[in-house]
Design a protein around this ligand. Structure first.
Ligand code: GRF
Length: 195
């Protein structure tokens, strides 16, 4: 299976996914694509010998369809079987998502369906939640919606700030996403629940 990974920044989740696709893993990375040519993850991908591309979203201003038409070019050329959004910070339209329906995944730093959208860690702390975590879900037209394919849970500790919590959640993301991809690439959609 060919896996394309979309990033916007450092790409630590992309690195975890790429480094997991070895040996008898049924998938291999075929493209790392970013909406920012300066994304640090692009160099990490290139250093691993993976094809990269970037389509800057800024020249398109609010014209989401025009940006996505450009984004689709390298993506379709790579002929992915699976598309993983990994720290990808642009909202995709239903049209774009529909082209990959059932084979596009995303990781979100909350225990969905709680805290869709941004600032998930600050919101969980402000709500006084004890538990928090991250989720991998199939991407549908609705933001941070779609069937859950995996979740990792952890406790919010006394004194946690959004930054300390985000850093701890990120380490769980790096374990959860590869575990979900391995199952998904093997056509197994049984949710991965950690611990
Ligand atoms: C992190 O905030 C992570 O929680 C979310 O995307 C952001 C960047 O991740 N999934 P990455 O290091 O670019 O993978």
């Amino acid at each position: 299976k060919r896996v394309a990974i979309l990033i916007s920044g450092g790409g630590s989740n992309m690195v975890s996914l790429v480094d997991s696709m070895t040996g008898d893993h049924p998938a291999r990375p075929c493209l790392v694509l970013s909406n920012d040519a300066g994304a640090g993850g692009l160099k990490k991908a290139a250093d691993r010998g993976i094809a990269t591309a970037a389509v800057d979203h800024r020249p398109f201003k609010g014209d989401r369809a025009a940006f996505e038409a450009e984004l689709l070019k390298p993506l379709e050329q790579a002929q992915p079987d699976i598309v993983c959004l990994a720290g990808f910070m642009r909202v995709l339209t239903g049209d774009f998502v529909s082209r990959f329906q059932g084979r596009m995944l995303n990781i979100h730093p909350s225990l969905l369906p709680k805290y869709k959208g941004l600032n998930t860690h600050a919101r969980a702390i402000a709500a006084g939640d004890i538990e928090h975590g991250c989720s991998v879900h199939e991407v549908t037209a609705a933001l941070d919606d779609g069937p859950i394919l995996g979740q990792a849970r952890l406790n919010i500790e006394a004194g946690d700030t959004p930054e300390t919590l985000a850093a701890r959640v990120l380490t769980y993301e790096h374990r959860l996403y590869p575990a979900v991809l391995r199952r998904f690439a093997g056509n197994d959609r049984t949710p991965v629940l950690l611990p």
